[in-house]
Design a protein around this ligand. Structure first.
Ligand code: MN
Ligand code: MN
Length: 467
């Protein structure tokens, strides 16, 4: 069949206009790879819902790839691979390049919005025992009621021994739940604004129900719980103070859609980027520059704290790196000259809520990895902005490796917004830009991404390390 000849203006349009196409079509020969990648990814995020679990698994996975704890190594040579475990909640992995004075960094975060327990969480009321929680990160509180929750955490007994608590991920284990008010009696509640439909102090988690059999005891269910915790873990009520205990959605990652093109899972912000960054650093071959994966904690609450990207931990790592590689540069020189990616997710255009976005300047599910010049909020506050030169560098990197990519803004101007660790990484003077997949339902208990975008994210991280 003869192809129709294009008119001069059609040719002109093709040459001059931006093309926006589904990455599923651009990568149609790679569909099996995309699906296989998604399965491994789902396995990882289903098993590693908290920052502690994430660090532990990552360290194990790095060790299998011959990465060594940097503390156990006195000299770093080309090709060596090391990691630094930061209090079990944040992680740096590093592979020494042939030129150790050149650094490339991909920084993601491994904390996700969730419900933490208060210092004195346990109480009894209306024939049940409950746990008071304090939410962590920017959530719509009403989304966290009526869903099965799992518990993950560590606690210390008074004698100093540490116990781990994990309940609710296996099918034969119980779950926990925050029941919402029945609609029949919600007349006053339904008049409230969304922010207050469920209040912070109403995030009370059902924990137990059966009383101890003793007429003399006042809080019989609570005592039964305390007895269980003591018998099972050796913990007493006060030990909740020396604990990090988190409630997360108990659901496992699932495919969405009859074509299985999408994934719903908890914590994809930002384990989508943490997992792909890990895969990129272990798969990257023959790196000229030293490549670093940085997985930060505390991003969802502003990156503050000793395990957050605002801390000086990264500098400490660079000092150790310099000492052990024996190079003469200082850490500030190295970091100022570094190239970096702030690996984080962004919002996709939601077909039901299109009015919050400028349709020309938003990411679309399935259009490949999003490279965002800036994030923040109205007037470009609370963000760093990649300069033209660096955008050019990344765009040509993606094009050279034929990786589908797109760009956008988080939302309409003055509609809201959000930050990433880009502003903390760029403080050193390094080039930095936000790169990651877009998603629907961000910060909800079940976030939705496209499998092809996750795959493209991996491809560009790997290309960034290898190029
Ligand atoms: Mn994020
Ligand atoms: Mn977030």
């Amino acid at each position: 069949m003869a192809t129709e000849k294009k008119s001069p203006n059609q040719e002109l349009q093709e040459k001059l206009s931006v093309k926006k196409e589904s990455a599923w079509l651009l990568l149609k020969d790679k569909v099996n790879d995309i699906y296989d990648f998604a399965e491994e990814y789902k396995q990882f995020i289903g098993k590693n819902k908290t920052e502690r679990l994430c660090v532990r698994s990552m360290v194990e996975m790095l060790k299998q790839k011959n990465y060594k704890d940097i503390q156990t190594v006195s000299k770093l040579l080309k090709g060596d691979a090391v990691y630094k475990n930061i209090k079990g909640k944040s992680l740096i992995a590093c592979k020494i390049g042939s030129d150790p004075t050149k650094i490339r960094i991909i920084g993601a975060h491994i904390d996700s919005p969730r419900l933490d327990l208060k210092p004195y969480p346990l109480y009894e009321d209306a024939e049940v025992a409950l746990l008071k929680s304090h939410y962590y990160g920017g959530i719509k509180k009403y989304q966290w009621v009526n869903i099965p929750l799992a518990i993950h955490g560590v606690a210390f007994a008074k004698d100093g021994h540490c116990v781990e608590i994990h309940i609710g991920e296996n099918h034969d284990e119980p779950r926990f739940i925050i029941p919402d008010l029945l609609p029949h009696l919600a007349k006053d509640q339904m008049k409230k604004t969304g922010e207050n439909i469920i209040e912070g102090e109403e995030l009370n988690i059902l924990f137990a129900h059966i009383p101890i059999d003793d007429k003399e005891i006042k809080e019989k269910i609570k005592l039964n719980v305390l007895q269980y915790l003591y018998n099972t873990y050796g913990l007493v009520e006060e030990d909740f103070i020396a604990a990090d205990i988190e409630l997360v959605p108990a659901m496992q990652p699932v495919d969405i859609g009859i074509d299985r093109g999408l994934i719903a899972a908890y914590g994809q912000d930002d384990k989508a980027c943490a997992y792909t960054a890990w895969k990129a650093i272990v798969d990257a071959d023959n790196c000229k520059d030293t490549v670093i994966m940085y997985l930060a904690d505390r991003e969802e609450i502003g990156s503050m704290g000793d395990t957050g990207a605002e801390s000086f931990v990264f500098i400490h790592f660079m000092r150790e790196y310099i000492r052990k590689t024996g190079i003469t540069a200082t850490w500030d020189e190295l970091l100022e000259g570094a190239l970096s990616i702030s690996a984080d997710v962004t919002g996709a255009l939601d077909p039901t809520f299109k009015n919050v976005n400028d349709p020309n300047n938003v990411s679309y599910l399935g259009h490949g990895v999003s490279i965002e010049k800036y994030g923040g909020r109205g007037g470009k506050y609370s963000t760093s902005e990649a300069h033209a030169e660096y955008m050019q560098f990344l765009r040509s990197l993606a094009d050279k490796h034929k990786i589908p990519w797109q760009t956008g803004e988080q939302g309409k101007i003055d509609m809201g917004g959000g930050g990433t660790i880009a502003m903390f990484m760029s403080r050193y003077g390094m080039d930095c830009v936000d790169v990651g997949p877009c998603m629907l339902g961000m910060h909800s208990p079940y976030e939705v991404t496209s499998k092809v975008d996750i795959y493209c994210t991996y491809l560009i991280y790997k290309a960034f390390f290898e190029d």
